[in-house]
Design a protein around this ligand. Structure first.
Ligand SMILES: NC(=O)C1=CN([C@@H]2O[C@H](COP(=O)(O)OP(=O)(O)OC[C@H]3O[C@@H](n4cnc5c(N)ncnc54)[C@H](O)[C@@H]3O)[C@@H](O)[C@H]2O)C=CC1
Ligand SMILES: O=C([O-])CC(=O)C(=O)O
Length: 252
């Protein structure tokens, strides 16, 4: 059974820890002690607010479901300790200098940084962009205003520009845009909309290239404990963990 350390005891951390079947959550870490303690009690793990103590536990992989800042603070230490890391806050890798450094550390340590599909679909074959760059790569995301901690009386575009700028302004809402760019090999264009009528987090992906064109629309149910995060994101990590040791690998 794969032993994991969970970095982040919020909404996604909770779903992972309480639904994990083929994995054992050995230790959990959060800056908020009560969150770490509550989740640890639920999944029979040990709670930590001291990262170095957390890292002394016996697990082979860290699952990050915390924040872009947490990735910046801890990912390098995880890799240098000889463990792989799964990053849900993929937005941290929008910073090219940090990304290149972290990938270099992973290479040196012989470890892997895994970016799950999270709240979207299509990352698998979007990787064809690394062979044949797309001429268009656009993500149009629409969320209820409450997901962004704001109020609005009508549908409004609150950001239009490149993914690496959008994630700086909305680090809890648009990690998917950075994941798209990492897959395709170029920064994605982003439109971020709020809509008071929206009940779902909707991601529309438009891609064009010499292969033809793609339109994908994902209408995600918001997580019960954090409407900004689609429930699919937690399912995506659970699925990645379930397949880690499967000799049959499906998807590009
Ligand atoms: N790539 C994707 O498709 C998606 C990515 N996300 C990202 O996943 C992450 C987790 O999402 P949720 O569980 O819904 O968030 P959440 O806010 O419910 O939980 C995050 C937890 O991490 C803890 N945390 C934050 N920064 C920390 C740090 N520096 N050190 C230790 N603990 C820290 C918080 O105290 C909190 O308990 C967020 O960054 C979110 O933006 C969310 C949805 C989709
Ligand atoms: O969960 C979602 O729909 C997307 C999200 O928050 C993110 O990419 O940060």
């Amino acid at each position: 059974m794969i032993k994991i350390g969970l970095l982040g005891c919020g909404n996604v951390g909770h779903i992972i820890a309480t639904h994990a079947e083929s994995i054992q959550v050995v230790a959990v870490f959060d800056i908020i002690p009560e969150r770490a303690e509550r989740l640890a009690a639920l999944c029979h793990a040990r709670p930590y607010t001291d990262f170095d103590a957390f890292m002394r536990e016996d697990f082979s992989i860290v699952v990050e479901a915390a924040s872009v800042d947490a990735v910046r603070n801890y990912a390098e230490k995880v890799l240098r300790s000889g463990r792989d890391i799964i990053l849900l806050s993929s937005g941290a890798l929008a910073d090219a200098e940090f990304r290149d450094h972290l990938v270099g550390v992973a290479r040196e340590a012989g470890r892997k940084i895994r970016i799950p599909s999270g709240a979207i679909l299509g990352l698998d074959n979007l990787k064809i962009g690394q062979v044949s760059p797309p001429t268009k790569l656009l993500l149009r995301t629409t969320k209820p205003p409450s997901s962004l901690g704001m109020s609005a009386t009508r549908r409004m575009e609150i950001f239009k520009g490149l993914a690496h700028d959008c994630i700086r302004q909305y680090p809890k809402n648009i990690n998917v845009a950075v994941a798209l760019g990492l897959a395709a090999g170029r920064d994605a264009d982003v439109e971020l909309w709020v809509d008071p009528e929206a009940e779902r987090n909707t991601h529309e992906i438009f891609v064009e290239g010499d292969f033809g064109d793609i339109y994908v629309r994902v209408r995600n149910v918001p997580s019960p404990d954090n409407p900004a995060t689609s429930y699919m994101a937690a399912l995506s990590i659970l699925t990645l963990l379930k397949n880690l040791e499967n000799p049959l690998v499906v998807g590009t």
